[in-house]
Each structure stands twice: as C-alpha cells, then as structure tokens.
Ligand binder design. Structure first.
Ligand code: GLU
Length: 386
C-alpha cells in the first residue's frame, strides 16, 4: 500500500458490517450502530427508479449530474434553506461522503490544517489524514452543549489552515447551531481567508419544531462556504448513494473534473429516483422526521426509566451520545465497553473514542421502536445484574 496514505477503517461502517454479518449467520443482533432511518424508501421514489429502467436511462450520466436533478436540488436549497445557488454551483455526488472526500482531495496539500470540532463524525479526521492534512481538533463538552466557542476557533487558525469543518446538525451529539453562532464562525473564517465546509446531511431531521439554519443562508459569506448535502438521512435513501456539493462555481468545476477522472458520475437510476424524491420532499421528509422523532422519544424515555437517568432528547439527527456513567459503571474505555456489550448483550453501539471523545457511546435510534425497547431491555438486564 502507498505508505503516504494514512488509512483507518471507518468505525461506524466496521461495527455495522460486524452486526450485519452476525445477523446473516442467524445470530440475533440489535443494531444501534450505523445511523440510518430504518424505514422503506418511499414508493413514489421506487416507482421512479423502475420507470428510469424501463426508459433505458442506463447509460453514462453527465459527470456533474443529470441537469434536471441539479436544477431541482438547487431549488431545494434555495426554497427550503434560504440559499441562492445556481445549477453551475451544484454537483451530484455518490453520497455526501464522496462529496466531502473530493473537496478534501482537491484542496488539501501535505501539512494543510483542518479545524474539526470534537466529538466529530468518524470520517472527518481520517479523510483529512488520507490527503496528508493535519486535523486540528477543538474539544467541546456536554456542559457547553457540545458547541465550539468562536475564540477557540480563532486561536487554532494558522497560515496553514485550509478549512473549518462544521457538522450542523451534529453526528453524534445532535446539536444545532443558531443563526448568531453560525454568523460568528463564518465571519471569523472569512476574516482569516479560511473556507468553511458545512456538512448539513441531517438538515431534514430536526425535531420539536426547531428551525434549521443552513450556512448557505448567509449571502455575505457565500464565496467562503462549501455545503455537503445528502438524500441518505432526510429521505431514507442511504443505499441509493446520492448526495450533493453546493459551492462556488470554480470549486464545482474542479470537483466535476475529479468525478470525470474517477467514478464518471452517480448511478443514473439513483439520480432519477432522487429527482422524484426531492420533488416530493414536502411529504416525504416530514413523514421520516416524525417517525424518527417518535423513535428518539421511545429510546430516551425507555432508557431513562430503565437506568434512572435524565438523558436529554437530542434536537436533531439520529443519535444519542451517552456518557458511560449512565450505565452505572465507572470505566471510560469506550472501545472495550462496546466490545463487551456486543459480546454479552448482542447490542451494537459505537464507542465514543471513534468520535474523538472517550467515556461516551453513540446509540443510533433510527431502528424500529420494538428493537429499541428490546435493546434497552438487554442492556438493563445485563448492567443491573453486574
Ligand atoms: N453516517 C452514518 C453514521 O455515522 C453512516 C455510516 C457512515 O457512513 O459512517 O453512522
């Protein structure tokens, strides 16, 4: 292997694959590892994919995406999130993950720095390191709502800083930033000529009537912002692998060339299905959001009554980031803990250390209500017995 590639396996994908393997071999596993809304993709979307096949839309797509999808995706951002993108500022990617990967590949040179708040999504530091970049981590705490402070960001900026990585809403903490907080971070970035990558893939999964503020809704910072979007979470389309990058035209041009030299674009059938999904977003997204809010409530309420805790309900995304002390234990090694939990209770969780925070575990509550209740039953039986 190329020794300059610093490659680590994705912790979420690794644990999810292990859980799926166990399930396949007939072992009962409660899979609360990978974050996905476990509901079927809408029928109208599936029908659209079938129609695409029947019409033989099975040839190479334009590398930046089929024009209808680019137009509709850009209208989605403009109408729903107060953005002001054009089609030439819109790129279709193989999931939000590939979009982010390509941005980093195109712009990170050896030694460039990327500021990343922790807890972070597992792939951020790994992707930066793959391209020889240096993740500069800002620690946050539960007591401070897991939010970064503007002064911490400013203190970390150096002449080598290329990007500030924001994940709003956050995986794994479910934290949402306010308009004022985003404005402060974006203006610091602009002053120092640093670009902000805003990963907004959970923007459709915001609960209790909270408002979602996109970094694309600040016209004064538009040239300094790259938005990562996806249909995976908000539309329950994880396996279709469709996401987007919205960015200044010169960035999109470079990423399009990169796409042309690598994947040649996103599966045509998935793109037509996604076009239908976004056209019907006003019905599809709220239904998934409401189902996920209900699952969140079931998980948190059941957990709190089983363990006598007072875990708060996350206001967005698909995760509860739980201190290990909630299980009534004093240990803090989250990897050993998750291995033991998997072994003893068959409940798959992701260790906090994978998100840059020891002493915590992440639960994905996107699975069915029954599975959530049974998992907590298994966990409480085990922890109350030890
Ligand atoms: N983003 C999801 C998660 O954090 C899916 C797995 C992945 O792509 O890492 O669980």
């Amino acid at each position: 292997m190329n020794p300059s590639i610093h490659l680590e396996p994705s912790a979420t994908i690794k644990i999810n694959s292990l859980a799926l393997e166990k399930q396949k071999s007939g072992q009962g596993v409660f899979n609360l590892s990978a974050g996905e809304p476990m509901v079927d993709t809408s029928d109208i979307v599936k029908q659209s994919a079938i129609r695409a096949l029947q019409k033989n839309y099975t040839h190479y797509p334009p590398v930046a995406g089929i024009p209808e999808l680019r137009e509709t995706a850009c209208a989605w951002m403009n109408e729903d999130f107060g953005a002001n993108f054009t089609v030439s500022e819109t790129l279709v990617t193989a999931g939000g993950k590939m979009g982010l990967y390509m941005v980093l590949q195109a712009y990170i040179s050896l030694g460039d720095e990327v500021i990343i708040p922790a807890p972070y999504w597992v792939s951020y530091p790994s992707m930066v390191k793959i391209f020889g970049g240096v993740p500069k981590i800002i620690e946050t705490s539960e007591a401070e709502d897991w939010k970064i402070q503007a002064t911490d960001v400013e203190a970390l900026i150096t002449p080598r800083t290329k990007f500030i990585m924001l994940n709003n809403a956050s995986n794994p903490t479910g934290v949402l930033y306010t308009r004022e907080e985003l404005h402060t971070i974006l203006s610091i970035a602009q002053t120092h000529n640093v670009m902000v990558i805003s990963d907004e893939v959970y923007s459709g999964l915001v609960y209790d009537g909270n408002e979602y503020i996109s970094c694309a809704s600040f016209p004064e910072f538009k040239n300094n912002v790259v938005i990562i979007q996806s249909c995976s979470k908000s539309f329950a389309m994880t396996g279709w692998r469709v996401g987007f990058v919205f960015a200044p035209q010169d960035v999109i041009k470079i990423l399009s060339s990169l796409t042309g030299q690598t994947t040649s674009g996103v599966t045509t059938i998935s793109q037509y299905a996604t076009l239908t999904a976004i056209e019907h977003r006003k019905t599809i997204v709220p239904a998934i959001r409401d189902a996920m809010q209900k699952r969140r409530d079931v998980f948190i309420d059941t957990f709190n009554s089983a363990f006598g805790t007072e875990l708060q309900k996350p206001v967005s995304a698909l995760y509860s980031f739980i201190p290990m002390s909630a299980f009534g234990i004093s240990e803090t090694d989250s990897l050993t803990f998750c291995e033991r939990v998997m072994e003893e209770t068959c409940v798959a969780l992701v260790p906090g250390v994978a998100f840059g925070k020891e002493g915590y575990v992440r639960v994905a509550f996107g699975v069915g209500e029954e599975e959530l209740r049974e998992s907590i039953d298994m966990l409480s039986t085990f922890f109350i017995e030890i």
